[in-house]
Write a protein that binds this ligand. Structure first.
Ligand code: WQD
Length: 340
């Protein structure tokens, strides 16, 4: 059985990817420091797949500890690297923590790969590298725009580190640029677990609907969009997880066309904030309490993916609709409420 390291594997996207990997016959080893996730996720992965993934709790920014891990796991067939700090707003308060954590852990992993002959890494990147693109839908060859936050900048820097590593070291890379991942596993056993007040739209919607929050603030209705609210390309987390399995298989089967490949992962459809709210109300039957407030600093007006490269090269396509995303997010929120 081929063994894949999933860093950040107890997190939102990592846990869904661990499930899909196991269901496709891979052995999964998770490394996570649990800084933004719970160890209980492992039991819930096991409930879905019948197998509890191997787990080691440590910080990948710890160089010596990471080196030890790689010496013990030199037989890895590949790595999917999710583990990172991810809140743009928080990175404005803790810029150096973001730079140290996100770039430091990547460098430690690359050293571990170099020193132990592990060749393949899939990297969690983001459409945030594009900023507000000049042309929509945005293609992978659109230039990076000056990052608005240290968080976004770490994704750009990490891609640069990976580009040179792929040229100068025996390392091969697939960087996946996610648009807006939402939703949850259909079992409602795993999903997004934001600590404290959510920054992202969909957990804020579901928490408001269940009564944990008073009212959703819609950030701006004077954008140049059909209803004035901002447009994003929302993608179901299970569709996203499946793209990672395909990326790993592409590397193992020697299908890569260059030493570093980059793919957008979105649906290719943009929806406004109001369309997301309407979809939620439709599938849940709950009337959402919301109000329009001013724009959130740093938000772009509209972005959605050109997904042709992922569709044609990876042979992958997002298949789940916005309604399915919202329904699964709602089922997850309700399951969480029953557990607490
Ligand atoms: C979506 C839309 C908001 C909350 C961020 C990161 C990005 C990323 C995914 C990271 C926007 C609006 C939101 C609310 C609202 N990757 N909104 N009220 O900002 O597109 O992307 O998360 O890990 O890098 O920047 O996602 O879900 O925060 O916002 O009106 O309470 O919803 O203005 O238009 P965003 P989001």
């Amino acid at each position: 059985m081929k063994k894949i390291l999933v860093t950040g594997g107890t997190g939102f996207i990592g846990s869904h990817t661990a499930v899909e990997l196991q269901q496709h016959g891979y052995e999964v080893v998770i490394v996570d420091n649990l800084s933004n996730s719970s160890v209980d996720v492992l039991d819930n992965i096991a409930k879905i797949t019948g197998t509890r993934p191997a787990f080691e709790q440590f910080d990948l920014a710890d160089q010596a500890r990471t080196a030890k891990f790689f010496r013990e796991h030199h037989d890895l067939s590949g790595i999917i690297h999710f583990a990172a700090y991810k809140a743009a707003g928080e990175s404005m308060e803790k810029p150096l923590e973001y730079y140290r954590n996100n770039t430091g852990s990547l460098i430690n992993i690359l050293e571990g790969m170099r020193d132990n002959g592990i060749r393949d890494i899939v990297f969690s990147s983001s459409c945030t590298v594009y900023g507000q693109p000049d042309q929509l839908p945005v293609t992978e060859d659109s230039p990076f725009k000056t990052a608005w936050s240290p968080y976004g900048n770490t994704k750009q820097i990490c891609e640069d580190i990976l580009r040179f590593s792929s040229q100068l070291l025996p390392v091969r890379v697939i960087a996946l640029r996610y648009f807006n991942p939402i939703g949850a596993h259909e079992s409602a056993l795993i999903g997004e677990l934001p600590l404290g007040v959510p920054n992202n739209l969909v957990p804020y919607i579901t928490q408001t609907a269940i009564g944990k929050r008073e009212c959703l603030s819609v950030f701006g209705n004077n954008y140049n969009t059909p209803d004035g609210t901002a447009i994003r390309d929302y993608i179901h987390v299970v569709d996203l997880a499946n793209a990672h399995v395909i990326a790993v298989e592409r590397m193992i089967r020697e299908k890569c066309k260059s030493r570093m490949e980059i793919f957008n992962l979105g649906t290719g459809e943009g929806y406004t904030v109001m369309e997301v709210i309407r979809s939620f109300e439709r599938v849940s039957g709950v009337k959402l309490n919301y109000k329009i407030v001013s724009r959130r600093p740093g938000d772009v007006e509209k972005v959605w993916a050109d997904t042709r490269l992922a569709n044609e090269e990876l042979g992958w396509k997002a298949v789940r609709t916005l309604d399915e995303m919202m329904l699964s997010a709602w089922n997850w929120e309700k399951a969480l409420a029953q557990r607490q």
